[in-house]
Design a protein around this ligand. Structure first.
Ligand code: AP5
Length: 220
């Protein structure tokens, strides 16, 4: 099973991908995480993508598409994958469809996680992430040094450099102009599942799992 998670920055794609991947035994491929790891390593890829990410702009397709196709060709993706944050524009979506067509495979479903803009800004401004295990936390306001500790592994919590208000606004602008048109692209090809992304995390996970099961039964 190959699934795309589509949604604005802060919609909960990463949070939900973890639970859904576990449920269906899939790997999760998150382009944002792969780019951040490259920046952290300071390798060639990291040097190429750093400026784009800092501005909240999309990394060029010629870098992004090949990186994802390499990940999909790896043995661990053989049983299926969730693509979190890819594709993000029409060029990427068409390149992905073309690559799957060549392999005689298909993207089964595209889960569009829908959240109001005000809530997206609230979530991103209050996001803290563990440096060690990458667990996300949602905490509004300043944290004391003692509170900057991951409840799961004790690692240090930090705020992503692109989670400042100015960059958040630019990421949302880029999302609405370049990524949101993919909603119609996938709806028109009968692959879109629309899920309300507001409410408790566990409830949303169940909404997604139920919707995917229903769609899989329909397609049989
Ligand atoms: P990326 O890392 O993909 O960032 P994004 O799309 O902006 O998505 P986020 O990670 O911000 O949000 P999310 O939807 O995963 O939400 P999360 O679960 O974390 O990309 C970063 C950059 O990399 C891009 O700007 C671009 O430069 C580059 N890039 C990446 N992919 C690319 C591509 N395909 N092409 C070109 N460039 C690319 O949740 C957010 C917060 O909300 C967390 O604090 C979480 O705890 C909280 N939360 C989650 N669910 C709930 C809930 N139900 N209720 C309350 N809080 C919640």
């Amino acid at each position: 099973m190959y699934i795309i998670f589509l949604g604005a920055p802060g919609a909960g794609k990463g949070t939900q991908a973890a639970g859904v991947a576990e449920e269906f035994g899939l790997v999760s491929i998150a382009t944002g995480d792969l780019f951040r790891q490259a920046v952290e390593r300071g390798d060639d890829l990291g040097k190429k993508v750093r400026e784009f990410m800092a501005k909240g702009a999309l990394v060029p397709n010629e870098i992004t598409v090949q990186m994802v196709l390499n990940k999909l060709a790896a043995p661990e993706s053989g049983k299926g994958a969730i693509l979190d944050g890819f594709p993000r524009n029409l060029g990427q979506a068409e390149a992905l469809d073309e690559a799957f067509k060549k392999k005689k495979q298909k993207i089964d479903s595209v889960v569009y996680i829908k959240v109001e803009e005000k809530e997206l800004i609230r979530r991103l401004s209050g996001r803290w992430v563990c440096r060690s295990c990458q667990s996300p936390y949602s905490i509004q306001g300043a944290l004391t040094e003692e509170q900057k500790k991951c409840a799961r592994c004790g690692g240090e919590l930090y705020q992503r450099p692109d989670d400042n208000l100015e960059t958040i606004k630019n990421r949302l602008k880029v999302y609405f102009s370049e990524t949101a048109p993919l909603i119609s692209y996938y709806r028109n090809s009968g692959r879109l599942i629309e899920v309300d992304g507001e409410g408790a995390v566990g409830e949303i996970t169940q909404r997604i799992i139920q919707a995917l099961r229903k769609k899989t039964c329909k397609n049989k």
